[in-house]
Design a binder for this molecule. Structure first.
Ligand SMILES: [Zn+2]
Length: 198
């Protein structure tokens, strides 16, 4: 906290963490609703924050808006079995459409993201997505499959995303809102237990 210059500190309503690593260039990442400022061992965090101020402010606005939406969200009741079958069906449908070879489709507990994929064509979807409306599950699966065509989140990747989900920015916002909602639910469930695993 002591590194925050006055003008930024005033508008920092989200959790953030400064992480020092042996890397060459600083990196800013949004993990759930925590902002991680990853900097080289000898870098000055203040300088990194100053140089990326507008990006940081945008992320803060994004999380703030997601929090507002989260208050009104309802979780979708769906069994784990139905969820698995749905993800499998959607993955096959999109893989065919995109002309890619689909590997294994896995459902796992993931702490920091909604999904991931490997170069061998396997995709993993966070099991918490069980509570999402179908359009968001479709979006998540499509996102991971698009990575099998385009690895990084660059302009080409977003063009591919927009072909099917032109409103993807709004979907990202909704996903962030569900993320907040579900992490609140998880901490309610843990309430009162001291020293439990997890
Ligand atoms: Zn991605």
């Amino acid at each position: 906290m002591r590194y925050m210059p006055e003008n930024i500190r005033g508008s920092f309503p989200i959790r953030y963490r400064i992480i020092r690593r042996s890397i060459k260039h600083p990196r800013l990442e949004l993990w759930g609703s925590e902002l991680r400022i990853i900097i080289p061992k000898n870098a000055n965090p203040l300088k990194v924050i100053r140089e990326n101020r507008s990006w940081i402010i945008r992320q803060i606005e994004f999380v703030r808006e997601a929090r507002r939406i989260a208050e009104k969200l309802e979780l979708v009741p769906r069994t784990r079995r139905k969820f698995k079958a749905l993800v499998e069906k959607i993955a096959q449908e999109y893989a065919k459409m995109l002309g890619i070879k689909l590997g294994k489709v896995r459902i796992r507990k993931m702490k920091t993201c909604w999904g991931s994929c490997s170069s061998s064509g396997n995709i993993t979807i966070n099991r918490d997505a069980q509570y999402l409306p179908e359009n968001l599950i479709r979006y998540l699966v499509y996102h991971e499959l698009c990575h099998l065509i385009r690895w990084s989140h660059d302009r080409e990747f977003h063009k591919l995303i927009a072909e099917r989900f032109p409103d993807y920015r709004d979907l990202d916002l909704q996903l962030q809102a569900y993320w907040i909602k579900l992490s609140e639910k998880a901490s309610e469930n843990r309430g009162g237990v001291i020293g439990s695993a997890n």
